[in-house]
Write a protein that binds this ligand. Structure first.
Ligand SMILES: Cc1ncc(COP(=O)(O)O)c(C=O)c1O
Length: 466
C-alpha cells in the first residue's frame, strides 16, 4: 500500500515536471474517434487543442465573414463572466433579462419605433433565428386574416429577392411557404419594387427587403417597395407587410446614413431582424428580432416570463444559450454610444471605399459595388481583359489564401449565375494598413499570374456559404 502510494506520487510529480511537448500525449497519436481511456493534464490538452486550431487560420484575415472578429478585452472579460448563465433562465437571472430588455428598447429607439420604451422584441442566437421569428409572425397574421375572411390557408407565399441569405430559404422549407423570388437581371442583383409587385397576391404573407445584400452589400429599396405596396393596397384592398432583413444594415444605416428611411419610420415595416454579431460588433452568436408594435406579434406564438416584476416575451426556436453575447451587446451600447458606433462604422466605410477604389485601379477588375451602402463590396474580372484568359477570381482567392487572406469568389444569384465575383467585408479591426497589405498581395498575385502564361484558369471554386 505504502509502495503504491509512493509510485502514484512519483507519477504525479513526473507528469508535472515533464516538458509539455515531451509528454506522452504530445509524442504519440491521440485517439480521434473515441474518448481516451485516461485523463490528461489540463495544460497538455490546452496546448494540444490550441495547436490544432492554428490550422483554422487567422480570423482577422477572414474578409469573407460578416461576423465580428475583434472585441475589447473588457467585453471579453464580461463575456467570460456570463458563459455560465443561461439566457433562457430569465427568472433565475433577472438582471441579465433586464439587460436584454434594455437592449431591445435601445434598438427600438435606434430604429425609430413609435413606442420604444415598451418595444416588442427579443434577442436570438443570430439573424437566422430572428428572421424565422419574423417570418412566423407574418405567417400567423396572414392565416388569421384569411380565416376571418373564410378563405383557404394552404398556399402561403413570401416575396423576396433571389439574393436572400440561405436563412430565408430555410424558413420557406421549414414552414412550408412558397418562396417567390425576384431574380437578378443584367446589372440588378437585388429586389426592386416593380418586380416585387408582380409576385404579390392575397396569399403573400409579406415581402422581405434586405438592408445590405449578402451578395454585394447593397441596400434594397425599402421605401420604394412600401410605396408600391401602398398603391397595391389602394387598388386591391390587400395589406401586405414588409419585414426588413437588416442583418448587417440595421447596425450601419442608423449611424452613417441616418436620413435613409428604411426602419419603423416606414409604416409598412412591421418587423426587423439584425445580427448583433455582425455590425452590432459582438462575437457570435447574438441576433435581434423587433416588431413595430405588439399587435404584429401574435399572442398565440408567445410565452410570457416574469422577471423582476416585469413581463418579458419568450418567443424563440432555440432554448438554452449563454448570457454572454447579450451582455457584450449591452457593453458595446454603453461603451460606444451612438457617437462611438458612428465612428466605427464610418471608419469601416472609409476603408471599404479606399480599398475598393484601389482594387479598381489594379487593372483587371471592375467594381460591382464600392462599399457605400454597408462597408461590403465586390468586383468582377473585366470582360475584355486578355489577362482573364489564364486565371479567374477563384484562382485569385486561392492565391490570396496562401498569405492567409480569405476573400471568397462565388457566383451571383439566379439569373446571373454566369457572373463570378469576389467580395470583401470590412469590419472593425481591419485597418487602413491591413487594407494596404491586402492590396500589395493582390498586386503580387497579378504579377504571378502574368508570369504563368500556361496556367489553366479554375472554373469552379470551393463551396463558399454566405
Ligand atoms: C442579409 C442576411 N440575412 C441573414 C443572415 C444570417 O445571419 P446570421 O448569421 O446572424 O444567422 C445573413 C448572414 O450573413 C445576412 O447577410
Amino acid at each position: 500500500m505504502h509502495e503504491k502510494k509512493k509510485k502514484a506520487q512519483s507519477v504525479a510529480e513526473e507528469s508535472v515536471l515533464t516538458p509539455i511537448y515531451a509528454s506522452r500525449e504530445m509524442t504519440r497519436r491521440i485517439p480521434k474517434h473515441r474518448m481516451p481511456e485516461q485523463s490528461t493534464a489540463p495544460e497538455t490538452v490546452y496546448n494540444l487543442i490550441h495547436d490544432e486550431l492554428i490550422m483554422d487560420g487567422n480570423s482577422r484575415q477572414n474578409l469573407a465573414t460578416f461576423v465580428t472578429t475583434w472585441m475589447e478585452p473588457q467585453a471579453k472579460q464580461l463575456m467570460a463572466e456570463c458563459f455560465d448563465k443561461n439566457m433562457i433562465d430569465r427568472d433565475e437571472y433577472p438582471q441579465t433579462a433586464e439587460i436584454e430588455s434594455r437592449c431591445v428598447n435601445m434598438l427600438a429607439n435606434l430604429w425609430n419605433s413609435p413606442d420604444h420604451e415598451t418595444a416588442t422584441g427579443t434577442s436570438t442566437v443570430g439573424s437566422s433565428e430572428a428572421a424565422m421569428l419574423g417570418g412566423m409572425a407574418m405567417k400567423w397574421n396572414w392565416r388569421d386574416k384569411m380565416k376571418k375572411a373564410g378563405k383557404p390557408i394552404d398556399k402561403p407565399n413570401i416575396v423576396m429577392g433571389a439574393n436572400t441569405q440561405v436563412c430565408w430559404h430555410k424558413f420557406c422549407k421549414y414552414w412550408d411557404i412558397e418562396a417567390r423570388e425576384v431574380t437578378a437581371e443584367g446589372d440588378r442583383f437585388t429586389l426592386n419594387a416593380e418586380e416585387a409587385l408582380k409576385l404579390v397576391d392575397e396569399n403573400t404573407i409579406g415581402v422581405v427587403v434586405i438592408m445590405g445584400s449578402t451578395m454585394d452589400g447593397k441596400y434594397e429599396p425599402v421605401q420604394e417597395v412600401a410605396e408600391a405596396l401602398d398603391r397595391y393596397q389602394e387598388q386591391t384592398g390587400l395589406d401586405i407587410p414588409i419585414h426588413v432583413d437588416g442583418a448587417s444594415g440595421a447596425f450601419i444605416a442608423p449611424f452613417i446614413q441616418p436620413d435613409l428611411e428604411w426602419d419603423f419610420r416606414v409604416p409598412r415595416v412591421i418587423s426587423i431582424n439584425a445580427s448583433g454579431h455582425k455590425y452590432g460588433l459582438v462575437y457570435p452568436g447574438v441576433g435581434w428580432a423587433l416588431w413595430r408594435d405588439k399587435q404584429y406579434l401574435p399572442e398565440d406564438l408567445v410565452f410570457h416570463v416574469n422577471y423582476l416584476g416585469g413581463d418579458m416575451i419568450d418567443f424563440s426556436i432555440n432554448f438554452s444559450r449563454p448570457g454572454s453575447q447579450v451582455v457584450a451587446q449591452y457593453y458595446n451600447f454603453l461603451r460606444l454610444g451612438r457617437d462611438g458606433y458612428q465612428r466605427v462604422q464610418q471608419s469601416c466605410q472609409d476603408t471599404a471605399l479606399y480599398l475598393s477604389g484601389e482594387i479598381a485601379k489594379l487593372g483587371p477588375f471592375e467594381l460591382i459595388t464600392d462599399g457605400s451602402d454597408i462597408p461590403v463590396f465586390c468586383w468582377k474580372l473585366k470582360d475584355d481583359m486578355a489577362e482573364t484568359r489564364n486565371y479567374t477570381l477563384y484562382d485569385m482567392a486561392d492565391k490570396l489564401r496562401e498569405r492567409g487572406w480569405l476573400v471568397p469568389a462565388y457566383r451571383m444569384p439566379p439569373n446571373r449565375q454566369d457572373l463570378v465575383v469576389q467580395r470583401v467585408v470590412v469590419k472593425e479591426g481591419f485597418s487602413h494598413d491591413m487594407a494596404d497589405m491586402l492590396l500589395k498581395d493582390m498586386s503580387k498575385a497579378l504579377e504571378w499570374f502574368r508570369g504563368q502564361p500556361h496556367l489553366i484558369a479554375k472554373k469552379q471554386g470551393g463551396n463558399f456559404h454566405h
